[in-house]
Design a protein around this ligand. Structure first.
Ligand SMILES: *Cc1c(COP(=O)(O)O)cnc(C)c1O
Length: 383
């Protein structure tokens, strides 16, 4: 490491992102991308883009997008901030709201970017394990207050389990919590409409809640890098006017994001399809002996059958050009996190898993070895 890096940066661990291979043969079920295409309006806009318009700086606050998002959520444009992916919103909250040394409440398991951002800002990360079935402990707010937690992030649907917290649970928490809650709704679009509730409503009444939304998952635009936050106008104004890059969103992505949001009917068709495939994938995995908690995200956390090492299974799948995610972390190291994919992708995954489990079961070492032949060149290794 360079001597010019600040010491805590040199010593911290960075975010481990999922592999993004270019090989089109790879079945990519590792980073929760949407299997459906972006809206036709997005493609049409890209084809007719006026290159001359790039000579100018973009609109600084993505006003057109914010107006549209505000209307969708029943809020004022001042209660919306547009950011380079939901991830930029997270970073801005840390740099704007967290003093170095301040307590960050990390609900575990959870999105591994949160503690990385906390480390950059030199915050103290205090862990709070979720309860049985990934439920929020009833006394979580009191325990966080007692430890002086200034901010916490909770994803809903929860990543990586897919568990969905009810409005009552979140309100119970907010009624008692002294700090700021970032409710991460990156996957909210995939929730069954019958149980979905909008945290945007709570933003109207609370000064301690920011809701993260993203176009990456629900709108099939992970490559665009566009997300937004809903929150109290005075907090968002402080961030927008002081810590945000003045031109954080380029002119092209602002236009494309507007086009995507305008065609919500297209996105909704993708959401419906994802929900159907999610149910099919869950059934398929259960038939193979996996234990799979119900998920409201576009992914499943599949606990491997007894005696099967999930980490080895992930590597064996990778050798066969099937990418899924495995986290070497307490509670979830026995599971694979699998993105809901297209029908043929899921079929290939299930077929491969069936073969691997059968081969693993026959190994003499007493533990699964998964030494079955790989498809293609067999030397695939992600960057
Ligand atoms: C994908 C994701 C985000 C935001 O991702 P962006 O692509 O930056 O919008 C936030 N939280 C969780 C848990 C996610 O999985």
């Amino acid at each position: 490491m360079s001597r010019f890096l600040r010491r805590h940066i040199a010593e911290m661990r960075g975010y481990a992102y999922g592999a993004q291979p270019l090989d089109p043969e790879v079945v990519k079920l590792n980073t929760n991308e949407n299997p459906g295409p972006p809206a036709p309006g997005v493609a049409a806009l890209l084809r007719t883009l006026d290159v001359e318009s790039l000579r100018r700086y973009p609109e600084a606050t993505a006003a057109a997008f914010r107006r549209l998002a505000a209307e969708y959520h029943g809020l004022a444009p001042g209660q919306v901030i547009a950011t380079r992916g939901g991830d930029e919103l997270l970073r801005l909250l840390f740099t704007s709201c967290m003093e170095p040394g301040a307590g960050f409440g990390m609900v575990t398991p959870g999105y591994s970017l949160y503690p990385v951002l906390a480390a950059i800002q030199q915050c103290e990360v205090i862990e709070f394990p979720l309860g049985e079935d990934f439920a929020l402990p009833a006394d979580l707010a009191a325990r966080m207050n007692a430890r002086g937690v200034r901010m916490t992030c909770i994803s809903n649907p929860h990543a990586p389990s897919g568990h969905y917290f009810t409005r009552e649970e979140i309100e119970h928490f907010l009624d008692r919590f002294d700090g700021l809650l970032l409710l991460d709704e990156a996957y909210a679009d995939f929730v069954e409409p019958a149980i979905a509730w909008g945290a945007a409503e709570l933003v109207r009444e609370r000064d301690q809640l920011v809701v993260l939304r993203s176009l990456s998952k629900g709108y099939s635009l992970a490559g665009l890098r566009f997300g937004y936050g809903l929150g109290p106008a005075d907090l968002l104004r402080g961030i927008s006017e002081k810590t945000r890059d003045s031109y954080n969103l380029d002119a092209i992505s602002q236009q494309l994001a507007v086009a995507a949001l305008r065609d919500r009917a297209h996105a909704e068709r993708n959401w419906r399809l994802v929900r159907r495939r999610r149910a099919e994938l869950r059934r398929g995995l259960q038939q193979l002996g996996f234990s799979v908690p119900p998920s409201q995200g576009n992914y499943l956390l599949a606990f491997a059958p007894a005696g099967v090492q999930a980490g080895e299974l992930q590597l064996a799948l990778q050798r066969r050009k099937l990418l899924v995610r495995w986290f070497d972390e307490p509670r979830i190291s026995g599971a694979l996190r699998i993105t809901v994919g297209r029908e043929e992708e899921q079929a290939r995954l299930l077929e491969c898993l069936a073969e691997l489990l059968a081969a693993g079961g026959k190994s003499e070492a007493g533990k699964a070895s998964f030494s079955c032949p790989s498809s293609g060149d067999g030397d695939f290794s992600p960057p």
